[in-house]
Design a protein around this ligand. Sequence first.
Ligand code: KIV
Ligand code: NA
Length: 275
Amino acid sequence: MKTSFSLKKMKEEQEKIAMVTAYDFPAAQIAEQAGVDMILVGDSLGMVVLGYDSTLPVTVDDMIHHGKAVTRGAANTFIVIDMPFMSYHISTSDTLHQATRIMQETGAHALKLEGAGEVTDTINRLTRGGIPVVAHLGLTPQSVNVLGGYKVQGKDAEAAKQLVEDAKKVQLAGAMALVLECVPKELARLVTEQLDIPVIGIGAGNHCDGQVLVYHDIIQYGVSRVPKFVQTYTNVNDTIHSALHSYVEEVKKATFPTDEHSFHMKDDVLTTLYG
Ligand code: KIV
Ligand code: NA
């Protein structure tokens, strides 16, 4: 089981960190068996498994419900859970209450918060309370309506400088790691070099200390289109579609269930029944 300490050591020793999202028990089990270093219960669950068109409708209760399934499935993996939209902005006491609920009810190891600015203080407050925090900069999907869409961030000099500054601030506030989403690889490289904490990239090139991808994107499960930065390794949509299609056909033709799938009565009982 990785810890915030051993993950930092991986950065120092230039051992790449592999992280994947998971939202349920079987996915968590397979991720752990596959040897991932960290699992993220991302609020992307809103889009990937709940069918919303953004992460905004996801609630703390949703995160806890799915988080519990994931911690049951991967008891020996470092698990990070996203604090969802507006659950860490209302007041310090509300933030501490929501964060405590997620940690205590799920048994996760860390929480992830999007943004810098006033969130920097929140990162510090949670860390001082004993909750490790993963920061998230670059494209922050909870702010999609402010950013004006899902776009690459930090492309011009000013935005790039701001991002480097923000990254240093969240590290100073106590963040144990930083997720960097959708930024030019050159900028991600600079941030990775400037920070002591692990930088986990998604759409941020190969110089980061690690990578994170959405589970369903990696295996093409339920998703029809994937972003440019995703590598799909298989297509389970096709596998599931063909399996379910065959099942429907066999039920219609009554070729399923066969005798092998059926239970049988003893002959003498049968005789009594039929007379
Ligand atoms: O919710 C999520 O899946 C994430 C990753 C894309 C980093 O935050
Ligand atoms: Na997220």
